[in-house]
Design a protein around this ligand. Structure first.
Ligand code: SF4
Length: 105
């Protein structure tokens, strides 16, 4: 496991612990995370999955987006929702970051 993958894993593990506590209700009025937020930049977050740098993230696929990520807490029809990675903020349903994990089911 590379240092970057380990860091992402640790972030996901820590975030998953607070996942239920955060709840999607808290993100209803939460501000959208900015692409220039240091944590967002570190994870390559883009509010539009089609704008992801393919050279930097060669495994990214345009079908991957927050709304089909395991860590997304919004409803399928929501334009934005909470994400366990960014507590207190919302992410765009069409967004993406390198911590994307396919939603189970
Ligand atoms: Fe959060 Fe997943 Fe979107 Fe990344 S891809 S910002 S982990 S919902």
């Amino acid at each position: 496991m590379s240092a970057k993958n380990r860091r992402v894993f640790l972030i996901q593990a820590a975030a998953a612990g607070s996942w239920l506590a955060a709840g999607s209700v808290m993100a209803q009025g939460a501000p959208l995370v900015s692409e220039t937020d240091p944590q967002a930049m570190g994870l390559g977050y883009k509010a539009d999955t089609t704008k992801v740098d393919a050279k930097k993230f060669p495994k990214h696929d345009k079908s991957q987006k927050c709304s089909n990520c395991q860590l997304y807490q919004g409803k399928p029809t929501d334009k934005q929702g909470a994400c366990a990675i960014f507590p207190g903020k919302a992410v765009a349903a069409d967004g993406w970051c390198s911590a994307w994990v396919k939603k189970a089911g």
